[in-house]
Write a protein that binds this ligand. Structure first.
Ligand code: FMN
Length: 183
């Protein structure tokens, strides 16, 4: 049983990373296994729209890091997926990651996992970024646990958003109740 957190931000220690990690810390404190991945050091090429995955049942782009990350997603029970808000939506790096999962969509290979969406914005557009992540979850038939939207501009500022930190802890607790075996 694994709760996997992914930050799609190129800021390794940015606001999205901090909010995703706040959720994971809560889960870890309850004795549940967690893993954290930043996409900041990963090469994720864009989907080619070639539709070869429909025939091959896997993505034909092999020379990047997408397969390593998606293997970890396949191994998890709960996915916490976060993005900074860029122009009222998810950042391009995370969108590339999401688009490549089309190769798993045909057989709904991600279906049944639980999922939490995280977005950070300086001011506006975070809700729409959350909706994009929710749309990804919905398309793949994840079971949606909840979403957290944090405010911050410079890296670290989201820690001052008390409402978002409280919401992150609350969704962490919700994950624990959903996955922890009852005594
Ligand atoms: C290219 C770019 C576009 C952005 N667009 C928005 C936006 O539409 N709305 C907003 O409130 N903040 C926007 N921001 C600010 C980021 O969302 C904000 O700094 C966020 O906390 C970054 O998260 P991170 O530290 O995880 O990368 C933008 C920043 C960049 C670099």
């Amino acid at each position: 049983m694994l709760v996997l957190g992914i930050s799609g931000s190129m800021r390794k220690e940015g606001n999205t990373a901090l909010l995703v990690q706040t959720i994971l810390d809560r889960v870890k404190a309850a004795g549940i296994e967690t893993e954290y991945i930043t996409l900041s050091d990963k090469v994720i090429k864009p989907c080619l729209g070639c539709e070869n995955c429909k025939r091959e049942r896997h993505c034909i782009i092999m020379n990047d890091d997408w397969h390593d990350v998606i293997d970890r997603v396949m191994a998890c029970e709960v996915l916490v997926l976060g993005s900074p808000t860029y122009y009222y939506d998810v950042c391009g790096h995370l969108k590339n990651f999401i688009d490549r999962t089309y190769s798993l969509y045909h057989d709904r290979r991600l279906a049944g996992r639980k999922a939490v969406a995280v977005a950070c914005c300086a001011d506006k557009g975070g809700r729409r970024a959350l909706q994009t992540i929710e749309g990804f979850f919905s398309s793949h038939e994840f079971s949606y646990v909840g979403g957290v939207c944090g405010r911050g501009y410079l890296a670290g500022e989201v820690l001052e958003d008390k409402r978002a930190i409280a919401a992150a802890k609350k969704v962490g607790d919700k994950i624990v109740t959903l996955v922890k075996p009852s005594d």
